[in-house]
Design a protein around this ligand. Sequence first.
Ligand code: ATP
Ligand code: MG
Length: 740
Amino acid sequence: MDALLEGLNEAQRAAVTSPSSVLQVLAPPGSGKTKTLTARVAYLVNHERLQPWNIIVCTFTIKAAREMKERITGFVGEGIEKKLILGTFHSVARRFLVRYGQEIGIPRNFGIADTGDSKSIIQRIIEHRQYLVPPDIARGRISGLKARNISAEQFAATQKKTDDHEFANVYFEYEEQLKAQNLLDYDDLLVRCVELLRKQPNCVSTIQAVLIDEYQDTNNVQYELMKHLARASGRITIVGDPDQSIYSFRAAEIKNLLRMRKDYPESSVINLEMNYRSSGCILTAAMAVIEQDESRIDKTLIATHCVGEQPTLRHLATAQVEAWWIVDEIQRTTILTAGLLNYNDYAILIRSAALSLSIERALAKVGIPYRMVGGLRFFDRAEIKLILDYLRIINQPDSNDILIRIINRPSRKVGETTVKALVQEAEEEKINLWTLILRSAQGKRKPRSKITKPAQLGIDTFVNLILTAQKKLHQEDSCDLLGLIGHVIQKTKLESYLKSTYKDDWKERWANVEELVNQATQMATSVANGEEVADDALPIVEGLQQRQDTAADLLSKFLANVTLSSAIEQPNGEEGNQVTISTIHAAKGLEWPVVFIPAVYMGSIPHSRAEDHDEERRLLYVGITRAKGLLYLSCPVKLASSEETVLSKFVNDPRIEKFFSRCGPTIGWLAVRDLAQILRRPCPLVTEVQTARGLLERPEDDKYPFTRDEIDGEESFSFHGSYNVTEPFPKRPKFHHSIS
Ligand code: ATP
Ligand code: MG
């Protein structure tokens, strides 16, 4: 049989080779939906001889996109990944807008406003209009409307309350500002792409198949986009799982499943039932959690792996103790499994980014490397954002907001009053700030406001910095990305700026700057080697205006990659041997051998601000089903405010708790063997496992609140009593797994 189909079960094979033009694959976590989707792409290329640049594949995260590319390359061979139009909805939309945007009046090299940019624009509008709503809320509401394709005018026309009219004005003004600054926000990328495809259906005339992963989380605009993308071919494959729908706050509409069946009556449905990811015990626990949702449709899920170790549900004294416990479990299990597990096999999945601090500190203290996903993203760090802001202005100086952020950073004696005066002047003359300062720097106009000499000097230096960089960019026939970044770092005297501004951690920040340089190097090298930079392939369509790539496009592309990837995750280079800390949201579709979910208490999950508790339950379900072999849920008894917690209602039920053990798993020889089987890895020898056990120093019972229990001849550590926690951060309990 074809190697492509060999590793698939019957239902998966049916899905991969299905002749239906519209296919829905609906199945629970770990049943191989993503695998099936990937194999179908390969099948279309290998068997149906579709050209890869005529296939669009939408995934939810950049990490998922990367994994998918790897899998497809495995089936089809090297090079395919650069030809497919594969990426998140946003990056696919951006590609069409870059290529054909001028058809609907989107100027070339438009910038992308990230969430922070949008917020600061909205904040200024709100302050100006004295509208009493927090910018975050207004931004969320605007985004929600855009996701449903409702413009400010349309919204205003349907509202009666004055308050709503005021909000409509904010929305309207926000749109104006974006336009004036030549920016598109995340929602615009989708909305404008739909507009483009509606007006110019030719753009997709060559597209022969559209495939979408994580379909349950597509919103209305994405649905529209899907329909337009598939207009020529009428061929759509979607895979998804209604039980994992966790993005309704982003206006994802589960209704889209039904809508699709209505819009495409010819669609066929395939269900997958075998789970290839998790141990039997983890699946049982996961099912117990999700089955509390009475409105859901019951589904079959059959484990293919052995029963494995029971998941753990543990109470710990405080969040810090919880963090130490996690670190200890990581160390204990890496030792006891004798080389079977590495740090990159562990994920700590948190409900909200704010919970990560104590865990990060505990990991850092013992020197376990970790990476953050979906927390404070690499590209959101102040020093990185600063450089990127400079690059964005060099690329496209129309954005007042970005310009205001950097004109006096590092200080050039251009104070707030001066900036305010300049902004007002620019507004009165109906030009943007850049044009204004450029003209005065070139002596073409005299500023009306009183500007001190040093301030004028500062402005001139700034203008000069940008101009020389722009010259570099437009003169050369290939963009020297590194040279540009070097220019910014040098001219802003970034290193000494960081030293004087961040006395405590400037070294770490400088290391981040070096990492940015690394990433730019990687990108520049792949371009020099003639490789396509991610997110660029699009078929050429005759008869449409298309932009030729210029040197400056590399910069735009770099910035777009950065901005789009920071939407929910950090794309940061290679993954080393590091523990992953991620929000549960950003972990969707991924899997790890060992998963910790801390802070499982009321207020955290379900979150205190969450209205839809079913969705919060699904979120916990998504978290639990990321685990292959070992799963740990934990809950601190007391919070920092010394308030006592209540265990999350999603597990606080004897019918569910019975599937969890109170103490950590007993990683004995049998457990290691099972784990190896689940992970499909070679199993360490019995002697290795025993040696590893011998290496574990026994905790001193009276000093450390873990006592040793003997359960069926297996060792386990269970928690007795409580810590005497000394604030602010307790010293590491005496429990060393030293290797002597
Ligand atoms: P999720 O809903 O979490 O996104 P999924 O349904 O997309 O899950 P996959 O990620 O595709 O599931 O697959 C889960 C795991 O099972 C992967 O490690 C995959 O390689 C493996 N797998 C899938 N199908 C098979 C199969 N037929 N034989 C062996 N392993 C499989
Ligand atoms: Mg998947």
